[in-house]
Design a binder for this molecule. Structure first.
Ligand code: ANZ
Ligand code: ZN
Length: 825
């Protein structure tokens, strides 16, 4: 037998075997409990990176573990295959995006197989295939019929050189990434999903997500950003128009010394005339249009604005209130207009200081009072002042009374606003799902009839890409209207690729079903996803969209539950020399090379062992070698079984003291690895197996000749426990130990609590410092239990009779000293 196990040959052997026996093909089986393990599907960029290796090895360890526990496991994979990089590659290299993508998929699929991940490849999905995106289109039409899809003008980044829309990432310092010309903001008709309709449900159902990290829940909560306040109408002077503002602090309305409109506010447009003020406003609005919204509203950005020359009336006190336009108010939030209360809001305060606007205190602290000159805004709740009939009320009470008052007078009401916006799904690009709509001059917007789906993405030469590709294909654009048969124009936008990933995990349950996006029974059997593993960078967009789609599909009658994923696990990043691996830094590690030098099993072990899965992992060649050496060390221990050694397991035979100790360690390891896998602590599980191997080495130095059976027993345990992490190696080990069936279907070992228990330790009982008794217990016994056992001890009790217990001193695992004195009575 070789000193080193031949990892290349072994891994190939078992990969072929698994493929032949269709080992990981999942079948619905109503007599078995299911377990659905899902990992975020990769973008087919051309090569797996170590981050993928970590993500998928984590999922694989769980899939294999659950399978050995007897669960019917679904573990699928697919490709998030639409998107911009394919178009860029097409332009740069002159290959059509489809060809580039399919070649990448083929390469990466081989890499996945080379890692030995236990996927059911019969369910593989590529979102760029008409078989898949047909159902994107079908869902889009259903949503359109339900009023969940609509079109309106929206702002896009427009490059006039390229005559195309740019993604935010393609705008570099305000210029086009390709030709450097200035990017304009252009209003185009865009398609939207009405996700705001589900804002409340998305928020409330977070309660159902007990198995999701708190952090992700909080991020989603903030993203949805529900804010409860009131809308109040301020009539514009000399006009019958009113300005609606949104505030969460109605109690401060007597301190509103000016109003502020967002530069994009519709009223502002009508004021941009030839007057001095009109021209000044135009300049300001133009300036704001060029500034990014994040910068414009950042806390430390200087507040800036212009006076409109107009006034509105505060409906509470009838006061004329000047109207300004300013950078820090956004059109996308609330009503795009605010009442500014500089005494109690810091942004308003800074603005008022700069433009010398009045600052009026209307909230006093519960105790004391504010100075006449404020240094900064005071935003705390308190007691109302200078607020006519409402003065003297607490903020809370005033808010209630004031909204009642406003409601009764008809100029205000309770209002809820959300930070989340409707989801813009239009992309003026080629490599995506064609939006299945037709524009007819007579009938308006008409969906493509179901029988005509899919609308297939026409093949293009790469040279035609880059300039709004679909709109330039007359054979694609010109169609007859499905309703009046007249000449009509096909929609040329494609869908955001986040649509593809919003429901792919449903499709896996019946990946090639062709009468509907999903088959009812399959979804009912496999859902919910039991664990979903991916990067935390998807905490908001993707993970909100998939929840949104679930609710929409429920309301379309396709499924019957609210949430798709019961447990979410977000893994950390892989770093090298302290920073993320990236091509530009030149610190990328290629999985292929590592596999060639150390094998897939060593690589899998390393990425699981080197850090807790939810933390960042630092790539280390030494750590990798350590894992490699561990496997070889284990291999050498197998020597004695190489030639078909027939010893059977020790079973219930009496063991030596050392033998009992090794078996104890072995059963303790079973317990630990099982618990650690439940908790996603793969790293400590592997560490425990490594420790067990150390114990085996210690033991074999002093082994009793008739205990070969025990050695076999423990090595079998190691093979089983290690197989979710290093499956090829463990299959080989299992075979060497004389088993003919695959380890992947061997039952997960269970521990015998009797054997796992430490042999008892002796605890001393003292009374007033004198040893009076001893009892035996297991190590780590809790202090309370030690006290209770000491007080019950028969020999010690004699010394306690008629005495008052003053104090009990416990030395863990050693001693209990009961301090007594005379009774009080
Ligand atoms: C008066 C006021 C007084 C406000 C006060 C706050 C403190 P959240 O909690 O984030 O929802 N606001 C409303 N719409 C805005 C917009 N489009 N752009 C910028 N600011 C906007 O914040 C709600 C508060 O943010 C609102 O309440 C409004 O200012 C401001 F002592 O009204 B407040
Ligand atoms: Zn028509």
């Amino acid at each position: 037998m070789n000193d080193h196990y031949d990892f290349l040959a072994t891994e190939e052997k078992w990969q072929q075997r698994w493929a032949q026996t269709e080992e990981f093909v999942a079948q619905e089986d109503s007599s078995a409990d299911k377990y659905y393990v899902l990992e975020m599907l990769p973008y087919p960029s051309g090569a797996l990176h170590i981050g993928h290796v970590r993500n998928y090895s984590l999922g694989d360890s769980i899939a294999r573990f659950r399978r050995m526990q007897g669960l019917n496991v679904l573990h699928p994979i697919g490709w998030d295959a639409f998107g911009l990089p394919a178009e860029n590659a097409a332009i740069q290299r002159g290959i059509p995006p489809g060809k580039w993508t399919l070649e990448n998929i083929a390469t990466m699929k081989k890499q996945c197989q080379r890692m030995g991940w236990a996927y059911d490849w019969t369910r593989e999905i590529a979102t760029c295939s008409p078989e898949y995106y047909r159902w994107n289109q079908w869902l889009f039409v259903r949503m359109f019929e339900k009023g969940l899809v609509y079109q309106r003008e929206g702002a896009v980044n427009w490059c006039d050189q390229c005559k195309t829309v740019l993604a935010n990432e393609q705008v570099i310092d305000g210029c086009c990434w390709r030709d450097g010309s200035e990017v304009l903001e252009k209003e185009l008709e865009q398609w939207y999903f009405r996700i705001t309709e589900y804002a409340d449900q998305l928020l409330e159902d977070l309660d159902q997500l007990e198995g999701w990290p708190d952090k992700v829940q909080r991020m989603q909560q903030n993203w949805i950003g529900k804010s409860v306040g009131c809308a109040v109408s301020f009539p514009l002077e000399d006009s019958d128009v009113t300005i609606d503002i949104f505030t969460t602090r109605l109690d401060t309305i007597y301190g509103a010394t000016f109003l502020v409109l967002a530069p994009e506010h519709p009223l502002v447009k009508s004021w941009l005339d030839d007057s001095d003020e009109g021209r000044q406003m135009s300049r300001f609005v133009e300036e704001m249009r060029r500034q990014g919204k994040e910068i414009r509203t950042a806390e430390d950005t200087e507040k800036k604005g212009v006076f409109t020359g107009r006034y509105a009336t505060n409906p509470f006190n009838g006061r004329a209130t000047p109207i300004w336009i300013a950078n820090f108010v956004l059109m996308g939030y609330g009503t795009g207009a605010i009442m500014a209360v500089p005494a109690h809001d810091q942004r308003d305060f800074e603005f008022a200081r700069k433009y010398e606007l009045p600052i009026q205190v209307v909230i006093q602290p519960d105790e004391g009072s504010l100075p006449a000159e404020l240094e900064q805004a005071v935003s705390e709740y308190g007691v109302l002042a200078n607020s006519e009939a409402f003065s003297g009320l607490s903020s809370r009470e005033a808010q209630e009374r004031m909204v009642e008052f406003a409601q009764s007078k008809g100029f205000g009401e309770k209002s809820i606003t959300y930070r989340i916006r409707d989801w813009s799904v239009s992309r003026q690009r080629y490599w995506g799902t064609p939006i299945p709509m037709i524009h007819c001059p007579k009938c308006g917007v008409v969906p493509v009839p179901e029988k005509d789906l899919p609308v297939v993405l026409p093949k293009v030469e790469s040279t035609r890409l880059g300039q709004s590709p679909l709109a330039n294909l007359p054979e694609f654009v010109n169609v007859s209207c499905p309703e009046c048969q007249g000449e009509a124009r096909r929609e040329t936008d494609t869908m955001d690729t986040f649509v593809d990933s919003s429901w792919y995990f449903y499709r896996y349950t019946s990946a090639h079903y062709d009468s509907a996006p999903i088959r009812d029974e399959s979804v009912r059997y496999w859902f919910p996803v039991d664990i979903y593993i991916g990067g935390v960078e998807h905490a908001i967009l993707h993970l909100i969209y998939m929840r949104f789609f679930t609710k929409v599909m429920r309301d379309l009658g396709l499924i019957s539950f609210d949430e798709p994923v019961s447990r979410l696990f977000t893994q950390g990043m892989v770093l090298k020399d302290g920073s993320a691996m990236s091509k530009s830094r030149g610190n990328v590690v290629s999985p292929d090379e590592v596999i060639q030098d150390f094998g897939a099993d060593a690589l899998r072990l390393f990425v699981l062992f080197a850090a807790p899965p939810d933390r960042d992992l630092d790539w280390s060649e030494r750590g990798l070698e350590g894992c490699f050496r561990f496997l070889n060390r284990l291999w050498r221990m197998l020597r004695q079984f190489q030639d078909g050694n027939e010893t059977s397991a020790a079973g219930s035979r009496e063991l030596s003291k050392q033998g009992r100790a090794l078996r104890r360690k072995s059963h303790q390891t079973i317990r630990k690895v099982t618990q650690d896998l439940e908790r996603m602590h793969q790293n400590t599980a592997i560490a425990a197996i490594m420790e067990l191997l150390n114990s085996v080495y210690e033991y074999t130095g002093q082994e009793e000749p008739d205990e070969m059976g025990l050695l076999r027993e423990v090595l079998e345990t190691i093979a089983l426990l290690l197989s979710p992490f290093a499956p090829h190696f463990c299959e080989e080990m299992w075979e060497t130990l004389g088993h003919s069936d695959s380890i992947t279907v061997s039952p997960w070992p269970t521990y015998n609590p009797e054997w796992a228990r430490e042999e008892g330790i002796s605890i001393v009982v003292q009374v007033n410092g004198k040893v009076r008794s001893r009892f035996s217990a297991s190590p780590g016994i809790p202090e309370d239990e030690m006290k209770a056992l000491a007080l019950e001890d028969e020999k010690a009790r004699v010394y306690l009779e008629g005495k008052a217990i003053r104090k009990i001193i416990v030395v863990p695992d050693k001693l209990v000293n009961i301090v007594v004195g005379k009774t009080d009575n």
